[in-house]
Write a protein that binds this ligand. Structure first.
Ligand code: SF4
Length: 362
């Protein structure tokens, strides 16, 4: 995590947004550990709207822990019908009976003790401990993993120990000395409503200006759900195409990147991305195939060595291929590019690694 991440600012923006936009949900209106626990078990692997119906049914039929602990398992399973994952219902009953008999009907208020109860994992223990007892534990569910991975541009797989360590430390620093319950609710809500899996609504996001993955244009590539090596290898072949307009005027072709990818809105040369490094002998034919240029329209005049460039989540292999356009008219492939004199390129916003190349070679 970046050392100078503005924790206070992030927290304040998040909480301001949450107070204005949170959904009214009954388990947020209560401080009762029993109802908070019940809602958390129901909401595991369940959408909020569906979970709400079951929550209402269960709290009507079993308004407190005592009534649930005394229930018949058949009845609990029957009421659970349609929610799936019936082990949750069985654990619900087991935990109700343990709390009733071992803890005098009162949920333990300590995270570590909650973790010992059937059906309660780290996330649920943190949620109960913070929502019901104000304990300083970050509750990190799937929504929060996604949010944190994007805010911090974390490349580690989201279920890896390294990811969980960073996410937990980040959450712990954010709640330290602050309102842990509200913070946990707010991160989950932002993940559920704004920082959604496929199309995050970054324009509506209160912390957009602090989000590292958004700045890099890689938010939709995160979280990394893969196990193992998180680094993606990419092979970028940049075509530095010179066109001699007349005796004094030589131009090269550039464009502004628009894709939702790395380096969004920065400038670049015409790009041919390949799945593997190109052998030198294949370069000309690949250019012809990818660009539609004819053999008599260009000549390769220079090849750079492959240069590696590491981004947080990708290992780029860059090669600069200088070509000269030998036909008079601009070929169709290049017709949508801007033409600039090599000396002027320095004034454009290129990615740092391209800018370095330009300064050294153009
Ligand atoms: Fe998520 Fe976008 Fe907000 Fe970043 S800016 S936290 S990616 S919604």
């Amino acid at each position: 995590m970046e050392k100078d991440f503005p924790l206070e600012l992030f927290y304040n923006k998040l909480i301001d947004w949450y107070i204005k936009h949170k959904r009214d949900l009954p388990w947020r209106e209560t401080g009762e550990a029993y109802k908070i626990w019940l809602s958390e078990i129901i909401l595991q692997q369940t959408r909020v709207q569906q979970g709400l119906q079951y929550y209402n049914v269960f709290t009507r039929r079993f308004p407190d822990l005592k009534s649930l602990a005394a229930a018949d398992e058949k009845e609990v399973l029957l009421l659970w019908e349609g929610l799936g994952y019936y082990s949750r219902a069985r654990n619900l009953l087991k935990t109700a009976r343990i709390v009733s008999s071992h803890y005098k009907g009162q949920f333990p208020d300590q995270y570590d003790v909650l973790l010992q109860l059937p059906g309660i994992g780290p996330y649920t223990a943190a949620a109960i401990a913070s929502f019901a007892f104000g304990a300083q534990h970050p509750a990190i569910d799937g929504n929060v993993k996604r949010l944190f991975s994007r805010i911090l541009a974390l490349e580690e797989p989201q279920d890896s120990p390294a990811f969980m360590k960073t996410a937990t430390n980040f959450g712990a620093q954010l709640i330290s000395g602050r309102d842990a319950a509200m913070f946990n609710q707010a991160t989950m809500e932002l993940g559920a409503l704004v920082c959604t899996p496929k199309k995050p609504s970054c324009t509506l996001c209160p912390v957009q200006d602090l989000c590292l993955s958004h700045k890099m244009g890689i938010e939709t590539l995160l979280p990394n759900k893969k196990q193992g090596n998180a680094v993606q290898k990419r092979y970028l072949n940049y075509i530095v195409a010179f066109h001699q307009r007349n005796e004094h005027q030589q131009k090269v072709f550039i464009r502004q990147r628009s894709e939702r990818d790395i380096w969004a809105h920065l400038f670049e040369f015409p790009l041919i991305e390949t799945k593997a490094p190109l052998a030198e002998a294949d370069i000309e034919s690949v250019i012809r195939k990818e660009s539609g240029l004819h053999a008599d329209e260009f000549r390769i005049i220079q090849l750079s060595p492959i240069q590696k460039h590491r981004l947080s989540h990708q290992l780029l292999h860059l090669r600069f291929i200088h070509i000269i356009i030998v036909c008079h008219d601009i070929p169709k492939w290049l017709s949508t590019y801007e033409q600039q004199a090599p000396m002027q390129l320095i004034e454009f916003a290129f990615p740092v690694v391209l800018k370095k190349y330009i300064k050294a070679h153009l």
